[in-house]
Design a protein around this ligand. Structure first.
Ligand code: PAF
Length: 280
């Protein structure tokens, strides 16, 4: 595996592979890789000729009160994991190269970025759309692999790719869970043992919603109320939102009709976790 730091060198590498007729599979990450990321890398390797993983903790998607400085980082560990998988390139750009002092261009989806996650994180998706656009311009992938765990991010990036006619296929890969059901996330490392146990309330309420729908429940408000009371039964949990939403535009639905997504965000202590399921 080669590690590329320089933006132009990354562009030249990708251009050379394209000239050879090779397809490029791309996994954008903020590093501190877990099994969820590794499953994306495996998918990229199996569906394209060569694979590129970027590792960049993107400052523009963190609000000043969020955890940019605290965000976990371990370059050597990530590099070893990617080498084991046979990944071709690890792109590891500098913050100043990605955002020089005179930087001023941002990419925004107008409405979808204001819903759900956008309510507590109003500038988050502007940062995500901007950095992913930049990364796609640099890496020039044929396919970009992302995890369903960040379902709003996937829906917004899919919209952005369509709206801006970007010639990249977005491939959404399933959520990878710990054995007890907790969705894998780099933020799980912040949980102490008591909080780690309490965090199961997210997957349990997702599974409860799925079960209610399987039993024929059609009223979104009934499902939300039952999920809410389960979350409230956990003393360390504080609900941010529960969304039963249309997968394409993220608008709330009142009557269950597939395909829809059920997503939620819950604070466990001060750690904010998310989870979701797609009902087909
Ligand atoms: O999902 C993430 O890790 C980030 O939002 C992404 C897509 C790498 C952009 O910084």
């Amino acid at each position: 595996m080669i590690v590329i730091k320089d933006i132009q060198e990354m562009q030249q590498w990708s251009t050379a592979r394209k000239k050879e007729g090779k397809t490029i599979g791309f996994v954008p990450t903020m590093g501190y890789l877990h099994s969820g990321h590794l499953s994306l890398v495996k998918a990229a390797r199996s569906k394209s000729d060569v694979s590129v993983v970027s590792s960049f903790v993107n400052p523009t998607q963190f609000a000043p009160n969020e955890d940019y400085d605290r965000y976990p980082r371990d370059f050597d560990r990530d590099k070893n994991l990617l080498e084991t998988l046979g990944n071709d390139v690890l792109f590891f750009p500098d913050r100043n190269a990605m955002y020089p002092l005179d930087y001023e261009t941002f990419v925004v989806t107008e409405k979808m970025a204001t819903l759900w996650e956008g309510k507590t994180r109003p500038t988050h998706f502007r940062g995500v759309c901007t950095v992913v656009t930049k990364l796609m311009m640099i890496v020039q992938p044929d396919k970009m692999h992302m995890g369903q765990k960040d379902i709003q991010q996937c829906a917004i990036l899919r919209r952005m790719i369509i709206d801006l006619n970007i010639p990249v296929e977005l491939v959404i890969e399933p959520i990878i869970r710990e054995i007890d059901g907790l969705a894998m996330s780099s933020r799980n490392v912040y949980l102490n043992p008591e909080e780690r146990k309490a965090a199961l309330v997210l997957s349990h309420s997702i599974f409860l919603a799925e079960q209610l729908i399987q039993q024929g429940e059609k009223d979104a408000q009934v499902i939300i109320a039952k999920m809410k009371s389960l979350i409230e039964s956990e003393p360390l949990a504080r609900l941010d939102y529960i969304a039963l939403m249309n997968m394409d535009n993220l608008e709330p639905v009142s009557v269950i009709k597939s395909p829809l997504a059920i997503a939620l965000a819950v604070y466990i202590g001060i750690i904010r976790l998310i989870d979701n399921v797609i009902i087909r």
